[in-house]
Design a protein. Structure first.
Length: 86
């Protein structure tokens, strides 16, 4: 289930912004703290026109139950690319 949700989100972000990393930088992690709160996620998904249940998606993606999302939880490959440039 979580893998399906992650794949759907990655497809959505790629369709909207070209990559999860671009969406992360543009719509989610505005304060550059390498994590996003439920509020940041909700705001970003709404800005991109996501029509699904954002809260349920956040909960499904938050694998470590930290109450925040990392880029790694959204797209591990894009997270690895981003780490190379930091």
């Amino acid at each position: 289930l979580v893998r399906d949700e992650v794949a759907k989100l990655q497809d959505f972000l790629e369709n909207r912004e070209g990559s999860a990393l671009r969406a992360w930088l543009k719509h989610f992690d505005s304060n550059n703290d390498q994590k996003i709160s439920p509020t940041e996620f909700l705001r970003g998904m709404k800005k991109m026109g996501y029509a699904g249940d954002v809260n349920a998606l956040f909960t499904a993606l938050d694998r470590d139950r930290s109450g925040e999302l990392s880029l790694d939880e959204i797209d591990a490959a894009q997270s690895a690319v981003w780490r190379q440039f930091k």
